[in-house]
Design a protein around this ligand. Sequence first.
Ligand SMILES: Cc1cc2nc3c(=O)[nH]c(=O)nc-3n(C[C@H](O)[C@H](O)[C@H](O)COP(=O)(O)OP(=O)(O)OC[C@H]3O[C@@H](n4cnc5c(N)ncnc54)[C@H](O)[C@@H]3O)c2cc1C
Length: 491
Amino acid sequence: MMRNPDYDVVIAGGGMAGLITAASIGYNSKGKARVLVVDRNHESEPGKKTHNGWTCGDATSKRSLDYLAEHIGIRYGPPELEHPVKGVYVYSPDRKTKVLFEGEGYLFNRKLAPRRQVDDARKFGTEFLFRATAEKLTSEGGYITGVSGRKSDGSGFSYTAKIVIDATGSSSVLRRFLPIPSMIEKEIDPDDVVGTGRYIMDFEPAMDSREYFDPDYCIIHLDQFIAPAGYAWVFPKGKKKVNIGLGISKSGLDRRNRRFKMNDNLQSLIDKYVADNPVIKKAEQPHADSDSGNTKWNWQVPVRRHNDCMVANGFAVVGDSAWMPRPIDAGGISPSIYGGTILGKVVAEAVEAGDAGEGSLWRYNVEYMNTHGYPMASFEVLRRYLQTVTNEQINYGMKHFLSEEDVTAITERKHPQFNRARLMNPGLWFRVLSQLSLARGLRYTVAKSASLVDINLAYPETPAGFEAWKKRLGQELRETVEKFKPLDVAN
Ligand SMILES: Cc1cc2nc3c(=O)[nH]c(=O)nc-3n(C[C@H](O)[C@H](O)[C@H](O)COP(=O)(O)OP(=O)(O)OC[C@H]3O[C@@H](n4cnc5c(N)ncnc54)[C@H](O)[C@@H]3O)c2cc1C
């Protein structure tokens, strides 16, 4: 490990994942580790994803926040938590079926949350370099030894560190140009990224319809025409305040446009979705400081499984840069909480032990996979399948094949079994046979997800086992990717 570096740890990117990692290192090292967070934003606007704000649906589960409180003693409250919800209602495209995924959650104020998170990290002695863009990792002898870049005044900076953490989000260049040999995958397939966008708005309810706005529940609308290969959402931020938007895959949108001879893009789809909402009228973007500069924008989210390896000598990735969001709903706040908390602990131990090598940081791979990663990563199969089904199939599947147990399983981040899509109950034969390809697809998804869970839970304890493990994973996934090639399905 590097002798007398400027810092023990430099974290590039002070967003949700980077700031939680900083607090976790501080907590686990009892403030002894010397940590610097480098972020391109002005100090008054920490955590801003792009020039256009803190673009997010803002929703997260109470369960993840409880995990954070339990493991590093930080409990968020108002104003960074803006509004509580009791669960999520998912509507079928024909709106005839609505399924409740129960479970308390919160809508963050993503602009205010990082201010609180910076304060939390500072209490452990974390230092900050704002208005500085990390551009390049430096290396020596097969180890990452630091990071360099440019400040907003044009001057350069360069810091050495025992460990550099890439928490720069979904557009990371550090991971992509990692200058040492490693098992970290550098590039993501464009089809594994969804384009998402949203408005935050105050409005006057024009009517009362819980299908379109519910102050106590998040609403998700599944519809391959409105949000091809994705979904649309209406999340309450108060009784008359909303986060409304949608996410799509680019190829899904192209297929839908081809089929209907349309020329929509992400923004036109969002605008149409907002305009068609009969409750949200007289809407305007909020002017309060807590929302200004953060009311409209689009940004990308990775929706594959997380990077199969997240560490190298003197280096780790976390959050969107590690492709952590959940494949089926692009939720990346919970993974950032779990990932940052675990990484912080492992890094604090590595610094204490004087060993920043891949082998020492490997525990992060293992613990993340065993704690939060294995079901998340296995949802890749369901996501791929859902991107191929038609609205008619979703209507039918939600009405006839989704059981209460399936809903509970998904709520608990487990895999649904879709037992109603099996031919074991003669009473259900008619249903299964009338939608045989849907039933088969669901059954295949269940079986493949289960084997992926098994593979993920057999994640190697040391780097030595990685190659064989990855080969097994690759064999399992190849067939699925081939089978679930999206078709021109929107209807
Ligand atoms: C429209 C939309 C809706 C979403 N809805 C939800 C939702 O409802 N629930 C949910 O759980 N997740 C949601 N997500 C995903 C969630 O927002 C992300 O997963 C989460 O913010 C990831 O945190 P992060 O810290 O990894 O990255 P980011 O939040 O992107 O933070 C990265 C930080 O690094 C800084 N940075 C970037 N590059 C550099 C550089 N080179 N040098 C220095 N600093 C740099 C950025 O300015 C930023 O401060 C949504 C995402 C989008 C786009």
